[in-house]
Design a binder for this molecule. Structure first.
Ligand code: F6P
Length: 364
């Protein structure tokens, strides 16, 4: 039988299991194919002994409904820079791509389907240049990949954030409070912007528009003056003040510090108090709840289509490419193209204009 190896890398995301099941189902309708899964990204191939499982209709039945990934995942399995412990206890990062290629060869794998975000697609490109028959499937709750209109997981994250937002609105109103809700999104403001529009936030802070604390406070005070004694703010984890420190998880920005994001809601709360905010403020950091649980129907559908398409790309030998969702259709783009630029919210986008049009302030 011909073998195709599937793996999931980077942070988990609702819909990963639906992609895996989509690959298996499509492969089953083709004679002579065996789908294998590598546990914890490429670690399953690199570990001693290898951790490779056979995927079939039985062990993938019903998994499209489940969050997480049955293949498990890791942020620490980059074969280009793999952490190895030396005898003296020090850690050295070594390039294991040649060993990886040899092992994949020994497994008799025809092609690899690498389901992952920005980082995984870059690894795939390097492996493709080394001769691996690889296909990428885009995964991110952050929506920060530029060559696909959407990825699975993003809308589920927005749904989870919106559900939480709705709950915060009623308690904000009862207590006349300012509620700051921090959402994920890495260096992009997509989750925050979509949630702010869907939920009807008064203020939305995103990394693409550094905020002026006095403008944020001015907007809050105007609301209270009008007698609307509560404010709901949606804040992206990458949002930052105009003249403040530069926060960046991916370090894409010049001079960016590689610090762990999260908790900017507390920073904003502190800044507002320092600037003279008289209203009571409460903070909520949604964190990894946005990545857990069942994917919504749209994400299951998109993920299933991605899985089916990825296997069809194996059949058509469309290697070195990533599956993509564009203009309401499933297509493919080269990995090189897919990893060229980061997908920020564009300043002149209609989404942003519409948000401003509904009265949402961005603190600028
Ligand atoms: O990229 C997905 C994401 O959830 C980001 O939104 C967030 O910044 C990051 O991953 C969190 O990573 P970790 O799970 O390593 O804390």
């Amino acid at each position: 039988k011909k073998k195709v190896l599937v793996l999931t890398g980077g942070g988990d995301c609702p819909g990963l299991n639906a992609v895996i099941r989509g690959v298996v189902k499509r492969a089953k309708s083709e004679r002579g194919w065996q789908v294998l899964g590598s546990m914890e990204a490429f670690n399953g191939v690199l570990n001693e002994p290898m951790e490779i499982i056979k995927l079939n209709n039985k062990n993938t039945a019903g998994i499209h409904v489940k969050g997480g990934t049955i293949l498990r995942t890791t942020n620490k399995g980059n074969p280009l820079s793999f952490p190895r412990e030396n005898p003296d206890g020090t850690i050295e990062n070594i390039d294991l791509t040649d060993i990886l290629m040899e092992r994949l060869d020994s497994l008799g794998v025809e092609a690899v389907i690498n389901i992952g975000g920005d980082g995984s697609q870059r690894i795939s490109q390097v492996l493709y240049e080394k001769g691996l028959n690889v296909i990428g499937v885009p995964k991110t709750i952050d929506n920060d990949l530029s060559q696909t209109d959407f990825t699975f997981g993003f809308r589920t994250a927005v749904q989870i954030a919106t559900d939480s937002f709705d709950k915060l609105v009623t308690t904000a109103e009862s207590h006349h409070r300012v509620m700051i809700m921090e959402v994920m999104g890495r260096d992009a403001g997509w989750i925050a912007l979509h949630t702010a529009l869907a939920g009807g936030a008064e203020i939305c802070l995103i990394p693409e528009i550094p905020y002026d604390i006095n403008k944020v406070l001015g907007h809050i005070n105007r609301r209270y003056k009008k007698g609307k004694g509560f404010v709901n703010i949606v804040m992206a984890e990458g949002a930052r003040p105009k003249d403040g420190e530069v926060y960046s998880r991916s370090g894409k920005e010049e001079g960016a510090e590689h610090i762990r994001l999260g908790g900017v809601a507390y920073q904003l709360s502190h800044q507002l108090k320092e600037a003279g905010c008289e209203a009571e403020i409460r903070e909520t950091v949604l964190g990894h709840t946005q990545r857990g649980g069942t994917p919504i129907a749209f994400d299951r559908l998109l993920a299933t289509l991605f899985g089916v398409k990825a296997f069809e790309m194996v059949l058509d030998k469309e290697f070195g490419k990533m599956v993509a969702y564009k203009n309401n259709g499933i297509t493919s783009v080269s990995l090189l193209e897919a990893t060229k630029e980061y997908n920020f919210v564009k300043k002149d986008s209609y989404l942003l204009k519409a948000a401003r049009g509904t009265g949402i302030s961005f603190g600028d």
